[in-house]
Design a protein around this ligand. Structure first.
Ligand code: G3P
Length: 217
């Protein structure tokens, strides 16, 4: 399972890259707003930072299919591996159909059900992003949704990749990895949590403590 960092914060991206943790960066309008900087300038900065081998996901703002397509065609110029995020709605599906016909990869975002995931795949989306944390927030089960989408996609030989979005904690990551999810989009805080284990910490402390008794030259 690949990890994409869910942020537009340059320091967080740099840090995750330096540890070899990520293969891409995912953004949405809320994530962009958090940085307080202009959208395209921010995306250009991230594009230069991550290099051509990684992926960059950015979302359209338009609500009409033709305008989404226009925006998508511009956004895709920002990076070699750019994926255009399109919100799940009727106009969005029209845009996905047109963009995929033009060879532009799309990710249908704000996906909250199996039928939505199927429609996105049928429209030609290269990726679909179910928001598992937000499903949990309303008392449903986000991991269960990933499991159902995976089963349906596998049963029908659908190649659309599942990007588990809105992950909030390490248990989400373990659960979706065990399901064979292709990509997890993860906040920086959660990436750091994945590194930690109390036994790694205490084990290192003990090694260093014991090292003190090793005779030195
Ligand atoms: O990229 C979409 C996403 O991961 C949203 O996460 O925490 O706002 O539900 P969150």
């Amino acid at each position: 399972m690949k990890f994409f960092i869910d942020t537009a914060n340059v320091k967080e991206i740099e840090s995750a890259l330096s540890m070899g943790l990520i293969n891409g960066v995912t953004t949405n309008p809320s994530i962009i707003a958090r940085e307080g900087k202009e959208f395209i300038a921010t995306m250009k900065e991230i594009s230069a930072l991550i290099g051509p081998e990684n992926y960059l996901f950015g979302e359209v703002i338009a609500l009409k299919a033709d305008e989404m397509v226009k925006e998508g065609r511009e956004l895709v110029k920002l990076h070699k591996n750019f994926v255009v995020k399109i919100p799940m709605c009727a106009e969005g599906l029209k845009a996905v159909k047109q963009l995929s016909a033009a060879g532009i990869p799309t990710c249908v975002t704000l996906c909250f059900s199996v039928p939505q995931a199927l429609l996105a795949a049928n429209a030609g989306a290269a990726y679909v992003a179910p928001f598992i944390g937000r499903i949990d927030d309303i008392g449903w089960n986000g991991t269960q949704l990933i499991s159902e989408i995976k089963e349906v996609f596998d049963a029908h030989g659908i190649a659309t990749k599942i990007v588990a979005a809105s992950t909030r904690h390490p248990v989400h990551i373990v659960d979706i990895a065990m399901l064979g999810t292709h990509i997890a989009t993860v906040p920086f805080k959660t990436l750091l949590q994945l590194i930690e284990h109390p036994l790694s910490k205490s084990g290192l402390e003990k090694f260093l403590q014991d090292w003190e008794s090793v005779p030195k030259k």
